[in-house]
Design a protein around this ligand. Sequence first.
Ligand SMILES: Cc1ncc(C[n+]2csc(CCOP(=O)(O)OP(=O)(O)O)c2C)c(N)n1
Ligand SMILES: [Mg+2]
Length: 382
Amino acid sequence: MPKTATRPTTSKTSTNGHPAGSKVAPKTLQKMEKSKKNVTDTVNLKVSKSEHQDRKKSQKNSIANLDKELLREMLYQMVLGRIFEQKCAEVYRIGKIGGFCHLYIGQEAVGVGAIMALRSDDYVITAYRDHVQAMLKGITPEAVMAELYGKAGGNVGGKGGSMHMFSKDLGFFGGHGIVGGQIGVGTGMAYAQKYKGTDAVTLCFFGEAALNQGMFHESLNMAQLWKLPCIYICENNQYGMGTSQARAMSMSNIADKAAAFGMASEFVDGMDVLAVREATERAIERARKDGSPTLLEIRCYRFMGHSMSDPGKYRTSDEIKKYQERDPIFLFKESLKEAEVFGDKDFTEIENRAKEAVEKAVKFAEESPFPEEEELFTDVLA
Ligand SMILES: Cc1ncc(C[n+]2csc(CCOP(=O)(O)OP(=O)(O)O)c2C)c(N)n1
Ligand SMILES: [Mg+2]
């Protein structure tokens, strides 16, 4: 199956919903130790180029099965996310946005592929890299940008900032700054969906560094035991704040961790928006049917620093360039073009529409007032 990306080690992962058991041979261990020495470079360009060709073929097959307007909207949302985040970086540098600001550039295929497979009554929860996912769940670009500016017109009145987008009505439950904390909350959200007798599901996003937290293990155990309709999406961008996965995790094969709970899992190429969509659809089907949870390891890469204040000294620019050759937007566009679904004219129209939406969001944020002083004393829990 060409959709599965190459792993840096030789361990095998199931992609059919049944976790593979693994017994690590001494030779493999030696190889793993060796590969740890070169922790900043996990991509083999030759292999990834041939994978890129294979994936283009599989993308073409997937494209043939999807409605043209849905494909247009998926590409639009990816481009909007990219341009929105580039604008965030620009206005952050001139002091319009304060505090932490974590960008999603490079990971758009994960959010778009997964969230656009949902129904509107499904829930989403994520960590602090939340701007694009919030927009995908229906929070407007204006409300997200004004929130980043700390303005009253922001998504939560300018009091949450970059890491705390939230909308109960739209089923977007944050925006969380404590690494792994949202995994417990997301599990509880899925419990509520089941308790109320709905067939709605929860997408719970987190980074690979969150897997080393106890919360991950406790939550997945409970979800499998109680059959909670939670889809755990590990966005494996291969780095925590400045620490590569290889330095922090005893095993690199995250999808295999589901075996400890008897949970279904898949390893997915996060540069391929359609592969993400299809894997999420399979997980949603399991969850709606009888509440069965799934762990998806979606392998991706962040093109920017961990946050806007990251000097980025832990990886090489060559490594970043290698991943940029597999830019998820570029890959999707190429496949759409080769399948003769869209051409350059459509791409320009989509890009212009996204640029306009971002400009409108910035104008709204600029013109929105700061919150009133008395707002300091509302929504305070102590
Ligand atoms: C409990 C906790 N420990 C440490 C931190 C500091 N911290 C913020 S982000 C981060 C790395 C998280 O990386 P990952 O989960 O892979 O997500 P990514 O930033 O790659 O999206 C750390 C250690 C924190 N916010 N919470
Ligand atoms: Mg990470």
